[in-house]
Design a protein around this ligand. Structure first.
Ligand SMILES: [Cu+2]
Length: 490
């Protein structure tokens, strides 16, 4: 029997459909027959070319032949059917970052989401929530393969429109920050002291530094880090895309996503300030103005900029080298011409608690869960290995580390015994920031938070979405080499 490619796709899609019937049932709340025939959205994972600049064309895996992937605008609570085709030779996972979804569709094999087979497809149904800026990305381990995982171009924005949109702006601009052409390097990490408060925990510092001294004394070099050749916003290097065209007096809502595999990013617009109205898509209690946005890997910020400083400007990363290699975009006022100008803002520290409210309103948690993060220098083929409470995560041992009782409120106390910043992420739930480096706060709901070197933070979350739940550092090198753990419901 010979099969055409079309038949093959049909067959494999039927197989995938058969496999996902119960998932659909769970996602829409009943074991109903499939909502045939058309999907609301189709996503194709495949390899293609991205023109970052006329002489900088790269090949990578991406969604629907474009980088970033198509902007998906969902409505909160309104179920959608998505067909995901995988045109590559590798089984894939598409993770819906920041949403409260069932395990079957969340897009993480660690939680048990079925793979999208190589040259196959999966049809899923999901009910988008919560409202706000989310995104979708691959969730594969890359390890030493710098074409894999989130080093690729598999990043796209999801915007879930709230039931009531305040709409206090003239228009929206979505910005996806992303590096390409990664390479391995040894040590030489730049100092990243942009976080406030800067309070370190002496005990963590002693533990981390003595571990580092011991490994250097044994002749171990620093573990590999990843650097990049090319930098882009919305898939274009600075100077090579269309400028963002604005008019004096406009209020522009910027939705910014750090789509990096490994990097922290900053963004400034000379002469302007960002009024941060949401972090990770969730409205903040205190929408203050800041001169710079700082975003860990996978973090998002939504900020209104009042266009009150006419000219032609560069909005971009504070790091001169990264900006000059592409991490920026031109903002051009109507009627203004000339060479785009950059000016570094005054030194500024990023303090999440500025956007919070008084912690007096916090309910007591039912349980405190402690986690300590440690680094084992360069032990895994030259890569640093990471442990949570002494355990290196492995797909060979999927025993959940933590048990949750449905309805309980949990406080995670996360302690960083390393000098690296970790953008830690919890799947399928949001958490509330309750203490940042010893400073109490409340009301800021997030799904990723940067934990500074030798610092401690606390977040609270409600166990209200049963099923395996992955916790991990979103830095690809860290998650790939041990920095993951599973929660399960009792
Ligand atoms: Cu990390």
């Amino acid at each position: 029997m010979s099969l055409s490619r079309r038949d093959f796709l049909k067959l494999s899609s039927l197989a995938a459909l058969a496999g996902s019937v119960p998932n659909l049932g769970r996602a829409v709340g009943q074991a109903a027959p499939l909502p045939e025939p058309a999907a609301d959205y189709t996503i194709r994972i495949g390899t293609g070319l991205v023109e970052l600049a006329p002489d900088r064309i790269i090949s990578t895996t991406m969604y629907n032949g474009q980088f970033p992937g198509p902007l998906l605008r969902f409505k909160e609570g309104q179920s959608v059917v998505v067909d995901i085709y995988n045109d590559t030779d590798t089984p894939e996972q598409l993770h819906w970052h920041g949403q409260f979804l069932p395990v079957d569709v969340d897009g993480s094999s660690e939680e048990g989401t079925p793979f999208i087979p190589a040259h196959g497809m999966r049809r899923i149904a999901l009910t988008p929530r919560p409202a706000g800026l989310r995104f979708y990305h691959t969730h594969l381990r890359a390890g030493a393969n710098l074409d894999g995982g989130q080093y690729s171009g598999q990043v796209g924005v999801v915007y879930i429109e709230p039931k009531q949109e305040p709409g206090d702006y003239d228009r929206e601009v979505f910005l996806v920050l992303k590096e390409f052409e990664p390479t391995l390097s040894r040590g030489g990490d730049m100092s990243m002291n942009f976080l406030a408060p800067s309070t370190r925990v002496k005990e963590l510092e002693r533990a981390g530094e003595s571990a580092m001294r011991a490994s250097l004394a044994k002749g171990m070099p620093h573990g590999y880090e990843v650097g990049y050749e090319l930098f882009s916003i919305n898939g274009r290097m600075l100077g090579h895309g269309e400028p963002i065209r604005v008019k004096a007096g406009e209020r522009v809502l910027f939705h910014v996503l750090n789509g990096s595999a490994t990097e922290m990013r900053s963004l400034a617009l000379p002469g302007h300030s960002f009024q941060v109205i949401a972090l990770d898509g969730n409205p903040v209690p205190t929408p203050v103005h800041v001169p710079v946005l700082w975003l860990g890997t996978a973090e998002r910020a939504s900020a209104i900029v009042k266009m009150n400083h006419p000219g032609v400007w560069i909005t971009g990363d504070l790091a001169d080298d990264d900006r000059k290699h592409g991490m920026g975009v031109v903002v051009e006022y109507a009627g203004r011409t000339g060479k785009p100008k950059w000016a570094a803002p005054k030194p500024f520290h990023w303090d999440y608690t500025r956007f919070g409210k008084s912690s007096a309103e916090l309910p007591e948690p039912d349980e405190l869960i402690e986690m300590t993060f440690t680094k084992n220098n360069a032990v895994e083929q030259g890569f640093n290995q990471w442990r949570i409470n002494g355990v290196v995560f492995s797909m060979d041992n999927m025993e959940p580390m933590f048990r949750l009782r449905q309805g309980g409120r949990y406080r995670l106390r996360m302690r960083n015994a390393s000098d690296d910043i970790h953008p830690v992420h919890l799947h399928r739930h949001s958490f509330e920031l309750t203490s940042i480096a010893g400073k109490a706060t409340a009301g800021i709901m997030k799904d990723v938070v940067m934990l500074g070197g030798y610092q401690e933070i606390e977040v609270d979350f409600k166990a209200d979405n049963p099923g395996l739940t992955l916790f991990h550092c979103h830095q690809q090198l860290h998650m790939d080499f041990g920095f993951m753990a599973l929660f399960d419901y009792a």
